[in-house]
Design a protein around this ligand. Sequence first.
Ligand code: S3P
Length: 435
Amino acid sequence: MSSARRLDWVSGPAMSLRGEVVVPGDKSVSHRSMMLSAIADGTSHIRGFLEGEDTRATAAVLAQLGVSIESPSAGERIVRGVGLHGLRGSDKPLDCGNAGTGMRLLTGLLAGQSFDSTLIGDESLSKRPMRRVTDPLANMGAHVDSQNGLPPLHVHGGRKLRGIRYELPVASAQIKSALLLAGLYAEGSTEVIEPHPTRDYTERMLAAFGWPIEFSPGYAKLEGGHTLRATDVVVPADFSSAAFFLVAASIVPGSVLRLPAVGLNPRRTGLLEALRLMGADIRIENRTESGGEVIGDLVVRHAPLHGIELPEALVPDMIDEFPALFIAAAVAKGRTVVRGAAELRVKESDRIATMAAGMRALGVNLDETPDGAIIDGGTIVPGTVDSHGDHRIAMSFAVAGVVGKGEVTIRDCANVATSFPGFLELANSCGFTLR
Ligand code: S3P
């Protein structure tokens, strides 16, 4: 991140958090809706599109590849699909910004094109592992050059892809999705088996766009040679953005928050279960279905939390929520133990190390382990932490500030705009004191 974008926040104690908090659209669904609309036949209308830097970067890449995308209002996109073979190559690099999802899924999509592409990203994305995607794509016949497994990625076009059966070494929806997108262009069937089920938005959305696909938790299979039909997509509110408010209201006495119409795909709501195991009072109201996804209002009230041994089976279903969970654990009564979460080390930052350093600076007693942490609940004291440009870590420490004994200064918060534009204003509207 350039120094022009450096932004620090100060979060102070709150009395109680109250009101209705409308969080922005789901990041995973927004990326996928843009990609599938772009290569569909016909015009798709997307509502609730996340106006974050990550998802806008994906839209900009597709526009650079010749797709016409209109934005009649915030959160709305009209995408004129060019069909499976209608994208046009660009001489300039395609900039995915901070977005691992953008880069990994686009790599799969671009592997089947007739033209070459170069994918680049910011400082954080340039350190993230890409072999997990380029190795299985190579087995499909793709040719992607990396810098020792890191971006920039040069995706060679004009390759004949063939379907493979692939058992993922790690539970990752991004790897699965990259292979399925390449599989659209492959001869024969592409079959993906996961060690633990991960979010299935790509599978659901391919089906909604009319592509025959077989899938069940942990498994997906499709064949090349079909077409995608333009579809209207309604993006639900992002559970991962709601997560900060679920934790904040749980730990600040006197709080009651309502978070309307949040996406409740079971592969995303692990934190809800973890917080309930810790004693949280979170209810789901007005549960309904929209665009094949379960959505509902989350109503969260303050409740005393206690530490838990986090069931490892929950890890993939809350993979983005550990920074928020760590803050809950820091003020819960007793000890919380997290294991089996080594993937946290290759997110937008090393989330175990970054959280551990920040929490220690705020007086929290914790041990870092290779695949998790052991956290003793206590009191958060004033201090300064560095988010290392990691959006979810910045927002988690903003939550630490509201429950602490004094102000928490958080360095390097500009990347919050990648997933949650308007977080500061929304947080202040329900009682945070964040500046
Ligand atoms: C995502 C998958 C997860 C998650 C990321 C979004 C997706 O990454 O952490 O924020 O949209 O597919 P991994 O596939 O690396 O687990």
